[in-house]
Design a protein. Structure first.
Length: 519
């Protein structure tokens, strides 16, 4: 087999000219018609001693049909003419001449030629309809595959990459997509395949984007370009430009019409992704603004109240210190201390929430007994729990659990403080601890008003407040962050008898170490 010619510039095979390709195809089709006619003549020669001339005509018509099916109308016409000539030359007296001794044979030749031409025409129509149906099926399958992948892809760059891959495989061309930035300037993205643009191609693509019409090869603008540029126009305007370049070159007219149909789908998918990104940015900005407003409102309220109390109490002691009895002075100083502790808890919660949100929360896990953590939390809240009955049920045989005891103590403190804030004074609080094969759980319940409908899912959100407006709404969010950092889970629900229950579970994570007890 001869090697492909080389153009001598970069060593690549030289591309055949269109007229050369067409001539080569025509010669092959003509050769096929000649060979088929020769085969039909050979078969008719073998049948000649035993069959009538009408049967031999059927053999030639069969050859014309085969040529029409395989090669189209023009080769079938050539096969029909060659078949009539061969039939006259070999099988109609006088033999081996083209003379016609009997006029009836001339009618046979004309009918044979007419039937062959009709067979060729009908077969060509059938081939055209079959090819059109196959083309429609191929387009439908390709459009379905592209739409399916575009629908399941997120992000404009990812959608453009999917489109480049599908269209490159479908049209056997080098496909590239240039997306526009906020200023409307086109440029290649690192996440997308290189379209292989030449010098001046980017300016041509920009013109297609600005004018919203195709440019480049085969168009009215820069038709000498080697690449074709189609604007990706959606409902809000162009979002980019699709480039068709490289081997085997820009598509033909019918392929271009098909390509424009796919371009519309790609443009709409990219616009959908851009709208989703814009909606997400808007949502994030709105959420940030809401959190900022909530934080300022909550913190300013929680700061002003204790500061006002401290300022008033200290001012009273300074102005009327000599005239105040010892009991009143002590009461004012205790209120200053309590409000200062309240401020300290607020600052601690803010710092703790910042550490959780930034991922700077570092766990110092060790094996601890949950009853010791609960006891430490009750000791910290001794004054807050004054006047309340706290029922504690902690089985003595609970296993040790891997935890950061300081942080888990903070979880218990926050849950108890939440129960104090949202329940009537003097109402009881219950603490129940239990263990299963793979986790240990703690439940803190109260006899307050309980949770409102739908509040179970929002109660652990930042700055969310329950029925009471007291507090910045960070305590339960901190609990959720600490428990989640331990690999556990926390949730809340309303009790049937009234009140709310908060439960958190911590995984055991293996067998605890053996504890050696002194006799």
């Amino acid at each position: 087999m001869a090697a492909d010619p080389v153009d001598g510039t970069d060593g690549r095979p030289a591309r055949r000219r269109p007229w050369a390709v067409a001539r080569h195809g025509a010669l092959r089709a003509a050769g096929w018609a000649v060979l088929t006619t020769a085969a039909a003549t050979a078969l008719a020669w073998a049948m000649f001693p035993w069959f009538d001339l009408a049967d031999l005509v059927m053999v030639y018509l069969l050859g014309v049909l085969l040529v029409a099916v395989r090669r189209g109308r023009a080769p079938s016409l050539l096969a029909a003419v060659l078949g009539v000539a061969s039939f006259n030359f070999f099988f109609v007296p006088p033999y081996y001449t083209f003379a016609v001794a009997d006029a009836r044979h001339a009618v046979t030749f004309l009918v044979m030629l007419a039937v062959a031409v009709a067979i060729g025409g009908l077969t060509e129509q059938m081939r055209a309809h079959t090819e059109a149906a196959r083309q429609r099926e191929r387009q439908t399958a390709a459009l379905y595959a592209l739409s399916r992948d575009l629908a399941s892809t997120r992000g404009a760059d990812a959608i453009a990459a999917v489109a480049v891959r599908h269209l490159g495989e479908l049209f056997q061309s080098r496909i590239g997509i240039l997306l526009a930035d906020a200023a409307g300037r086109l440029g290649a993205r690192p996440s997308l395949p290189d379209p292989g643009l030449l010098e001046g191609d980017l300016a041509c693509a920009q013109k297609a984007y600005d004018d919203r019409r195709p440019t480049g090869s085969g168009t009215a603008v820069d038709r000498r370009r080697a690449a074709l540029f189609l604007p990706l126009t959606a409902s809000r305007g162009p979002v980019g430009v699709l480039c068709v370049a490289g081997d085997p070159g820009p598509p033909a007219a019918e392929q271009r019409r098909e390509l424009e149909m796919f371009v519309n789908q790609v443009a709409l998918a990219i616009e959908r992704a851009q709208l989703a990104e814009e909606a997400e940015d808007t949502r994030v900005r709105m959420e940030t603004e809401r959190l900022r407003s909530t934080l300022l409102s909550s913190v300013s309220h929680d700061l002003r109240t204790p500061l006002a109390t401290i300022t008033g109490a200290v001012g009273t002691v300074l102005e009327q210190g000599d005239r105040l009895d010892s009991g009143t002075r002590r009461e004012l100083l205790e209120s200053v201390r309590d409000e200062a502790e309240r401020l300290g808890r607020l600052v601690q919660n803010l710092l703790q929430m910042t550490r959780i949100e930034s991922g700077a929360l570092q766990l110092k896990k060790d094996w601890h007994a949950i009853e010791e953590v609960i006891g430490a939390a009750l000791a910290r809240l001794e004054k807050r729990l004054a006047g309340r009955r706290v029922h504690t049920r902690v089985p003595p045989n609970l296993p040790l659990a891997p935890m950061d005891d300081v942080l888990i103590e903070q979880v218990v403190v926050n849950l108890l403080d939440n129960a104090v804030k949202h329940t009537p004074p003097g109402s009881p609080i219950s603490i129940l601890a239990a263990a299963s094969d793979d986790a240990i759980s703690v439940e803190i319940s109260d006899r307050g008003p309980g949770l409102r409908d739908g509040e179970e899912d929002r109660i652990f959100e930042k700055f969310h407040r329950g029925s009471s407006a007291d507090g910045a709404g960070l305590g339960l969010a901190i609990c959720e962050g600490i428990v989640r950092a331990h690999g556990g889970r926390i949730w809340a629900h309303t009790l049937p008898e009234g009140g709310a229950a908060f439960i958190f579970r911590l995984p055991l994570g293996g067998a605890p170490p053996a504890v050696v007890r002194d006799e």
